[in-house]
Design a protein around this ligand. Structure first.
Ligand code: B1M
Length: 213
């Protein structure tokens, strides 16, 4: 065993949940702050997973397993980060739009966003426009992220954006959209601020849109 931080990094890349858990606990016992572990180990490891995915060296299964390992570490750090009121890169509400039950991609995007240092409110699937509007008003999110996997539900992204506009909330949030049938051109044509073709790109796009690290 080496030092906990390099072990955690390698274990995330290898999707080794047990080692991540053990070494995160060990690192905390050694006095390494939760924020340091998050920003200097968990987030860079997940960013590398994203890069490997983009290079075609990792596929969805490897990415999901790595994400699960990262999440195990994150779940130990989360309460400590909340106590320390660690700065996040912003608050994002994510959901699969009304009529659409696909959530595997959305969940992956959620994990990559958390991995990139965002606080993420996962609204689940089949999310009506009214619910997105409600979280903008009540939770003061910086971004709304909408996923759609069906050509028949893509239109509900547009509908939700329309309602956000009608409620006078459009200037308060950035809007990012994604999902297999969507394209950047489509996103632009409906007035979304951002689009990403995969989970790794989604984290990068959110950092650009919200001016994060
Ligand atoms: Co469905 N399904 N499905 N399905 N399903 C598709 C999407 C389909 C392409 C299959 C096909 O016909 N070849 C087709 C859609 C056709 C179309 O409209 N163009 C389809 C259909 C038709 C249906 C039903 C209508 C089938 C039926 O009942 N007749 C039905 C609809 C139910 C509903 O939603 N109302 C249905 C149901 C289901 C299951 C429930 C069985 C299951 C979903 C389980 C679940 O999600 N919990 C399912 C599945 C698994 C699929 C396929 C096989 C896989 C989807 C998936 O998880 N991919 C899919 C075919 C396929 O894609 N090969 C299919 C892996 C995932 C990691 O990728 O979701 O693309 P993806 O997410 C990516 C990117 O798109 C992007 O990043 C992710 C990670 O890299 N991304 C974002 C996604 N959201 C993003 C948001 C962002 C940014 C990036 O920012 C906000």
């Amino acid at each position: 065993m080496g030092i906990p931080q390099s072990d955690i990094y390698t274990a995330i890349l290898e999707g080794d949940e047990t080692t991540v858990t053990e070494q995160v606990e060990k690192a905390l016992q050694m006095g390494i702050p939760a924020g340091v572990l998050l920003n200097e180990t968990l987030i860079p490891a997940m960013a590398e997973v994203g890069d490997l995915f983009e290079k075609g060296e990792y596929f969805v299964p490897e990415m999901l397993i790595a994400a699960r390992a990262m999440k195990a570490g994150l779940s130990i750090l989360k309460p400590l980060l909340a106590e320390a009121k660690a700065e996040t890169n912003g608050k994002i509400a994510i959901g699969t739009v009304k009529g659409d039950l696909h959530d595997i991609g959305k969940n992956l995007v959620t994990i990559m966003l958390e991995g990139a240092g965002f606080e993420v409110l996962d609204l689940g699937v089949d999310v009506p426009a009214e619910r997105f509007v409600e979280v903008i008003e009540k939770e003061h999110v910086d971004m709304v992220a909408m996923s759609a996997l069906l050509t028949t539900t893509m239109v509900n992204i547009e509908m939700t954006m329309k309602m956000i506009g009608e409620k006078g909330l459009r200037d308060k949030v950035k809007i990012m959209v994604g999902g297999a049938p969507l394209t950047r051109e489509y996103a632009r044509s409906i007035g979304a601020d951002g689009f990403a073709a995969d989970a790794s790109q989604a984290a990068k796009e959110a950092l650009v849109l919200l001016g994060g690290k």
